[in-house]
Design a protein around this ligand. Structure first.
Ligand code: AMP
Length: 219
């Protein structure tokens, strides 16, 4: 259960966590155990009134939407895929910068194709892109995958993929090209709307501290 007095923050492990840890530290919050080593999913922090839940990144908005966490940190791409119901998004944290892109084999004629098989984890955004922004209408077949998307064009499962790209190393290592950037994304702080009212003081202090840490990081 969410603590009625304190604050509960939902975070995802992995690359975003590594980039968030220094910002949280500047804001006075450090986990008392390393989530990459521990098997725990709930962590106390150096601030007795703040605890951290470690969940899958695509689950962060859900935990916050239902109030199991008051706040969360999540990529804009994941937030858009969720839809942002019941959430405020008060702060762009600047970290976790990446882009959602179409990728495929070099020289792929995907833009003129009448039929296109697209493998992605981001089905909502891929559907929106291909139905609204792609110049020619295509007969679209979306194949939902949960990982290793880069394999799909290599083994003929899909013509192209829609996936996150950061350095481009994963695409290059698999002989794929980034064909089109759909949108850019950074991590956002999200807040449960009811918690924003009930814990107004704590949440606005937390947000202000984190905003200061983000500004300090830019200097
Ligand atoms: P890169 O090789 O640096 O371009 O990273 C690409 C791989 O990391 C792909 O498998 C992506 O799904 C994943 N990835 C890149 N950026 C992010 C991010 N901000 N959040 C989660 N996964 C990411």
């Amino acid at each position: 259960m969410n603590d009625k007095q304190g604050l509960t923050l939902a975070l995802a492990k992995g690359r975003l966590f590594k980039q968030m840890a220094p910002l949280l530290k500047v804001a006075g919050i450090e986990l008392l155990e390393d989530p990459d080593v521990s098997r725990k999913l709930e962590f106390p922090t150096t601030r007795p009134d703040v605890k951290v839940l470690v969940v899958r990144s695509s689950d962060v908005p859900t935990y916050v939407e239902y109030g199991a966490a008051d706040l969360g940190v999540v990529g804009k791409d994941v937030l858009d895929e969720h839809g942002g119901r019941g959430l405020y998004e008060p702060l762009d944290l600047g970290v976790g910068a990446c882009r959602l892109s179409v990728a495929g084999r070099p020289g792929s004629d995907w833009e003129n194709a009448r039929q296109l098989r697209v493998a992605t984890k981001y089905t909502q955004q891929a559907r929106a892109y291909f139905s609204e922004q792609h110049e020619t209408p295509v007969q679209l077949e979306l194949i939902k995958l949960y990982g290793s998307m880069e394999l799909a064009p290599l083994v003929g499962l899909a013509d192209v993929i829609v996936d996150l790209v950061d350095t481009g190393n994963t695409l290059r290592a698999n002989g794929l090209d980034e064909l089109k950037v759909i949108r850019h994304s950074t991590a956002r702080l999200i807040v449960n709307k009811a918690a924003a009212k009930l814990k107004h003081r704590k949440i606005s202090d937390f947000t202000a501290n984190l905003a200061r840490a983000v500004e300090a990081e830019k200097l």
